[in-house]
Design a protein around this ligand. Structure first.
Ligand code: C5P
Length: 229
C-alpha cells in the first residue's frame, strides 16, 4: 500500500487574532507547521507530503521543511475542502487511484507518531477512517434562543480530529461531488459519509488539538515540551 499526505495550510486563521496565519506562529521556538510536518515526514510509509498554501504566501519559504525532498507545494482554495481537493488533483499526477491519502491540518502540531501509526494500521480499508475521541461531557442541542432543547446520547458522539485516511480516487470523487451539491464539508469524513461510506473512528489522544484560538498555542507548547522532556 502506498501512502501520501495532504496538509491544508491555506487558512488565514482569523479566530487567532494574531498578525500572521496560525500555521506560521512560533511554538516553542519553531513554526507550528514545522512541528506538524516533522511528524508526517518521520513516518517512513508516507511517500510525499502535499502542502496547500494561500496565494502569495510570504511565510512558507522561511519554514524548515520548505525545501524538503518529500514536500511539494500546491495552491490552496477558498475553503479548507477546496485546498484539500486542489492538493489531491496535484497528487493524482504521481499517485495511483487506490493509493491512500492522509489529510492532516497544518494547525495540529501535537499529533503523536503512535496515533499516526495506529491510524495507518486500522483505517487502510476501502472506507478509510480518522483519528477521533469520544466526548467526555454531557452533550446538549440548543434551540435558536440558546436554550438547552435536548440531551444527546453521548456514548455515540466523538470529536473528529485529523489525520483522516482515505483511498485517493474515492476521496477526490466524494469531495468533488459533495462540493458541487453544496454540502458543508468541514472534514474529509463528512464528504465520505455523504457519499455513503462509514469511515472508521480510531481513538487518538486528546492532545491532538487544532490551534484555533488564543491560548491554544500555550497549551500545544505545554504538550510538546512534556513529550520532549
Ligand atoms: O480554519 P480551520 O481551523 O478550520 O483550518 C483547518 C486547516 O485548514 C488549517 O491548517 C488551515 O490552514 C487550512 N485551511 C486551508 N484552506 C482554507 C482554509 C483553511 O488549507 N481556505
Amino acid at each position: 500500500m502506498n501512502y501520501w499526505a495532504v496538509v491544508p495550510a491555506a487558512g488565514v486563521g482569523r479566530r487567532m487574532q494574531a498578525g500572521l496565519p496560525k500555521q506560521y506562529l512560533l511554538l516553542n521556538g519553531r513554526r507550528v507547521i514545522d512541528w506538524t510536518l516533522e511528524v508526517l515526514l518521520a513516518e517512513p510509509r508516507i511517500r510525499g507530503v502535499y502542502v496547500a498554501l494561500g496565494a502569495e504566501d510570504p511565510f512558507w519559504e522561511s519554514c524548515e521543511h520548505a525545501g524538503h525532498p518529500r514536500v511539494r507545494r500546491v495552491a490552496g482554495g477558498e475553503e479548507r475542502a477546496h485546498s484539500v481537493l486542489s492538493a489531491l488533483l496535484a497528487l493524482e499526477t504521481e499517485a495511483a487511484p487506490a493509493d491512500r491519502v492522509l489529510v492532516h491540518d497544518a494547525a495540529r502540531p501535537c499529533l503523536r507518531p503512535e496515533d499516526l501509526s495506529k491510524l495507518l494500521e486500522l483505517a487502510s480499508g476501502e472506507a478509510g477512517g480518522l483519528l477521533a475521541m469520544p466526548v467526555r461531557d454531557t452533550m446538549k442541542r440548543a434551540d435558536a434562543e440558546g436554550r438547552s432543547e435536548t440531551t444527546l446520547d453521548r456514548s455515540r458522539i466523538w470529536h473528529a480530529f485529523t489525520p483522516q485516511l482515505f483511498p485517493l480516487a474515492t476521496l477526490r470523487d466524494a469531495l468533488e461531488q459533495a462540493l458541487a451539491a453544496g454540502v458543508a464539508v468541514t472534514d474529509e469524513a463528512s464528504a465520505m459519509e455523504w457519499a455513503g461510506n462509514r469511515p472508521r473512528l480510531v481513538e487518538g489522544h486528546p492532545d491532538n488539538i487544532k490551534i484555533t484560538r488564543p491560548g491554544d498555542l500555550e497549551l500545544a507548547g505545554f504538550y510538546l515540551q512534556k513529550r520532549n522532556a
